[in-house]
Write a protein that binds this ligand. Structure first.
Ligand code: VGL
Ligand code: ZN
Length: 242
């Protein structure tokens, strides 16, 4: 993978349990499949000195974004809940930008729209990228037809040379074809679609790193817990290893 250098940033959009895990409240079909692909991208990006930034949908328990409060979505990604947490197999190695925390519709990682006043406010994403002299933005994550689309459209609008990694995204597809229509819209706006499939070597490298991290974490737990507690608790409740 040669797409990364110090002027590039990988933006990992909303790889959170509510979207990525089959038990999530707004679970995207095959959503967990993006995790190993993104882990490989993250490793390549970091190795090349590129920036990696994560976005996180971060809603209050009540927001006009939710159907229960007049919006369209089931309750999802509520601040500090399991559903809002980044998927446990995702390598987190960079700043996290949270959006929607004050009841806005936060589809784009760059901007949030107040659903009552209609005004748009920026998140800190653009200033993070400008502060690092980023010129190129590479986008992956969930979901193609909402937050990935909105983030990539904002990125081109802001003048970044923008690429979406097709192997690293999945669509909600509320209506059949939404994901494909989103890709067409992105292309029309000047976003490059990279349809390269990750190689097995890329995926393997990410898996090996992940396994090593888990083994180390398990040794640390074994050392720190008392004799009455299990040294290595059962895998997390909502586990879904891709
Ligand atoms: C998203 C629907 C509602 C997304 C967020 O991350 O794509 N979709 N909130
Ligand atoms: Zn949301």
């Amino acid at each position: 993978m040669t797409r990364y250098d110090s002027e590039a940033a990988l933006v990992v959009v909303d790889v959170q349990n509510d979207f990525a895990d089959p038990a999530g409240s707004l679970s995207v079909r095959d959503g967990a499949a993006v995790v190993p692909v993104l882990d490989a991208e993250i490793a390549a990006a970091r190795a090349a000195g590129a920036t990696v930034v994560y976005t996180q949908d971060w809603h209050p328990p009540h927001t006009p974004h939710f159907a229960q409060d007049g919006g369209i979505w089931p309750v999802h990604c509520v601040q500090d809940t399991w559903g809002a947490a980044l998927h446990r197999a995702l390598t987190v190695d960079g700043p996290i930008v949270r959006k929607g925390a004050n009841g806005e519709d936060g589809y784009s990682g760059f901007t949030m729209r107040d659903p009552v006043s209609g005004t748009t406010v920026p998140t800190e994403l653009e200033s993070i990228l400008r502060g690092r002299f980023v010129r190129r933005v590479i986008v992956g994550g969930l979901a193609t037809d909402y937050c990935v689309k909105a983030t990539a459209l904002d990125a081109v609008r802001l003048g970044f040379d923008t690429t979406v990694l097709v192997a690293a995204i999945r669509a909600v597809d509320l209506e059949a074809g939404d994901g494909d229509r989103a890709l067409a819209e992105l292309e029309a706006a000047g976003v490059e679609l990279d349809r390269t499939e990750p190689t097995l070597d890329d995926l393997h490298a990410a898996t090996v790193a992940d396994t090593a991290i888990r083994a180390h974490a398990s040794r640390l737990r074994a050392r720190s817990v008392g004799p009455s507690e299990p040294a290595d608790p059962a895998p997390a409740e909502h586990g879904d290893r891709p």
